[in-house]
Design a protein. Sequence first.
Length: 325
Amino acid sequence: MSRSILCFGEALIDFHSEGGDELGFPRAFVPYAGGAPANVSVAVARLGGNAAFIGMLGNDLFGGFLLDSLHRAGVDISGVVRTSEANTALAFVTLDAKGERSFSFYRPPSADLLFRPEHFREESFRDAAVFHVCSNSMTCPALAEATRDGMRRARAAGALVSFDLNLRPALWPSEAEPRPLLWPALHLADVVKLSAEEFAWLAVDGEEAALEKLWEGHTRLLVVTDGAHTLRWFHPDAEGELPVYSVPAVDTTAAGDAFVGGLLCQLAALEPTPDRLDHLVTELPRLHAALRYAAACGALTVTRQGSFTAMPDQAEVLSFMETYA
C-alpha cells in the first residue's frame, strides 16, 4: 500500500442555507460533512490516495455522522478520538450569487479544540508520506501546541509537512493577533498554500519580506491561489505563474481543500522529501503538471454543493483536464 497522507485538525458540520424568506433569511439549513483538514482527507481518498484523518469529535449525533462520512469516503479514521466533554463543531454557510461563501461558526467550545499531544498514535506516523494541517487548529494555545507537536513528529518520521493557512478570522479570539502565532507553524512546513488574500494579509511588510521570513524555516514550496486567476508559486531559488481553470461556481466552500488534496496526492506519488521538493522545482513540467492537476480538482469542486460531497474522483479530474486542455 502507498504511504499515507495524514490530515490533522477539525471536522465539523457545514449547514448550507437553502431558500429564503422575503427578507432573505434562509428557510432551511442542510447539514454537510466538512472541516478543512477533513475535506482534504476526503479529497485524497476520492483521488485514490491513502488518506487518514486525525482529530477529536464529540460523542454526539454530529460526531457520529462525521465519523461515518469519513469512513464511507475511504478515509482511515483510526486516529480519531471521541469525547463527551464538548460537542462537535458546527458552521452555518451562506452563499452569494457567485457561490462565494460566508461562515457563522459555533466553536468554541467544541470537541476538536480538546485534542492534545498525548492523543496522537505513534503508529499513525510510521508510513506517512505527508502530514497536513491548517490554521484552524492554531486558534487556542493548547491545540496550537498539539498541532506543532504533530508537525514535529511527522518531520522526525520522514514525512513532508504541509500547511494551508485557510484563515478564518471569526475563529480567533477578538484580542488575538494571529500572525505571530502562525509563523512558528509556517516555519515547520515544507509546503505552504495561501490564497491571494491570505498572502496579502501575511505580507504586512511586503511580499519580499514575507518570503524571506518564510525561507528562514523549512518551507521549500509556497503556492498562492487566486480562484480562477493565475496561480503563483515560489521557491527560495525560483518562482513562476500558471494559468488555471475558469468555471461557473456553485459553491466555493471546499475549493481550496480540493486543491490541496490534489497537490498532496501528486507530491506523495513522488516519494516526497524536502530535498525532492528542491529537485522538483528544477523539473518545471512536472511541477506545473502537479499544480494544474490540483487546480482541476479545485475547479471541479466549485461546480458542486457541499464539501465531502463535492470532491471529484481521479477519472473526473482527468476527463476535466482533457476537456479543458
